[in-house]
Ligand binder design. Structure first.
Ligand SMILES: Nc1ncnc2c1ncn2[C@@H]1O[C@H](COP(=O)(O)OP(=O)(O)OP(=O)(O)O)[C@@H](O)[C@H]1O
Length: 252
C-alpha cells in the first residue's frame, strides 16, 4: 500500500498498534528579560508560542510487521515513537496497543545512576514488565549479552556511555516484548555491538515480533523493515514498502 492520506484503516484483529488522529503540540518557551516579561504582563501578551510536532497522524501496525519511521530532522519521528511507548501522551487523538511493549527510546531512561548495574537490571526489568523470577532466570543471559560482567556490581554513574547503552539494550531485548520500539539506538554503540544488536533485532523479527524503528540509516532500515512510513513536518506523507519509503524520503 502506498498512500499520502492519513485516513486510518479499521483496526483489524491483528492490530498491535493503532494510532488514531494524533496531534502533539509543544509550547516553545523562550528566555526573556525581566523587562520583556513585565511588558508582556502589562499588555496581556502570551509569550509562549506553540508548535505542532504531529498534526493528525493515523496508522495501524499489525502483528509481525517491521515498520521504519522515516523523515528529516524534526519531522516528528521520535515524538511519535514516544507517544506509542506511552512516555508522552498526545494533545489529542489516541494510541492503542495490544501486547507487551519494550522500547529503546531514551536509552537507560529507567536506569538510576546511584544503583549498580545488577540493581538496575532488576529495576529496569520490572519497569519493562518482568517479574522478579523472570529477571533472575534471564539475569546471566542479560549480563552476558551486554559483555560488562566485570562491572555489573559497579554503580552505573561510573559506566561509559557505551557500557550504559549495552546494559540498557540487553535488558530491553530480554524482556520478551511483543512490540519493540527502537530509536536510533544502533548509531550509539561501537561497531561489534551494533552488529550484535542488529542480529538480535533480526531474531526478534524472525520470531514474529512487531518492530517500529526510527533511524537515519536508510540502508539498514530498508534491509530490516518491510514497511516504511515517511513523516514530514508532523504529517504522514507516505506509507508503503520500506524501499519505496526510502525513495520517497530522498525525493523530499
Ligand atoms: N519536549 C519538547 N518541547 C518542545 N518541542 C519539542 C519537544 N520534543 C520535540 N519537540 C519538537 O518537535 C519536533 C519534532 O521532534 P522529533 O524529535 O519528534 O523529531 P525527529 O523526526 O525525531 O527528528 P530527528 O531526526 O532530528 O531526531 C521538533 O521540531 C522538536 O524541536
Amino acid at each position: 500500500m502506498s498512500t499520502t492520506s492519513s485516513a486510518p484503516r479499521a483496526a483489524g484483529p491483528n492490530a498491535r498498534i493503532v494510532v488514531d488522529d494524533v496531534r502533539m503540540q509543544f509550547v516553545l518557551r523562550h528566555n526573556r528579560s525581566l523587562k520583556e516579561l513585565a511588558m508582556a504582563m502589562v499588555r496581556g501578551k502570551d509569550l509562549g508560542n506553540t508548535f505542532m510536532a504531529l498534526d493528525g497522524v493515523s496508522l495501524q501496525v499489525d502483528s509481525g510487521e517491521t515498520v521504519a519511521l522515516l523523515g528529516h530532522n524534526g519531522s516528528g519521528k521520535s515524538t511519535l515513537l514516544k507517544l506509542i511507548s506511552g512516555v508522552m501522551h498526545p494533545t489529542s487523538g489516541s494510541v492503542r496497543l495490544r501486547g507487551r511493549i519494550a522500547g529503546l527510546i531514551e536509552v537507560g531512561a529507567g536506569f538510576h545512576p546511584d544503583l549498580t548495574g545488577r540493581e538496575n537490571v532488576y529495576l529496569n526489568g520490572a519497569i519493562l514488565g518482568m517479574d522478579e523470577a523472570s529477571i533472575r532466570a534471564r539475569f546471566d543471559e542479560i549480563v552476558a549479552f551486554s559483555e560488562i560482567e566485570r562491572f555489573i556490581d559497579t554503580e552505573v554513574k561510573h559506566y561509559s556511555s557505551g557500557m550504559f547503552l549495552r546494559l540498557a539494550f540487553s535488558v530491553a531485548v530480554h524482556t520478551d516484548p511483543e512490540i519493540f520500539l527502537i530509536d536510533e539506538i544502533l548509531s550509539v554503540g561501537d561497531e561489534p555491538f551494533q552488529r550484535k544488536c542488529l542480529d538480535r533485532i533480526r531474531e526478534l523479527k524472525d520470531e514474529g515480533r512487531t518492530l517500529v524503528v526510527v533511524s537515519h540509516d536508510l540502508n539498514m532500515v530498508s534491509e530490516l523493515c518491510s514497511r516504511g512510513i515517511v513523516l514530514q513536518r508532523g504529517n504522514q506523507v507516505f506509507d508503503g514498502s520500506a524501499a519505496d519509503a526510502v525513495a520517497h524520503l530522498r525525493s523530499l
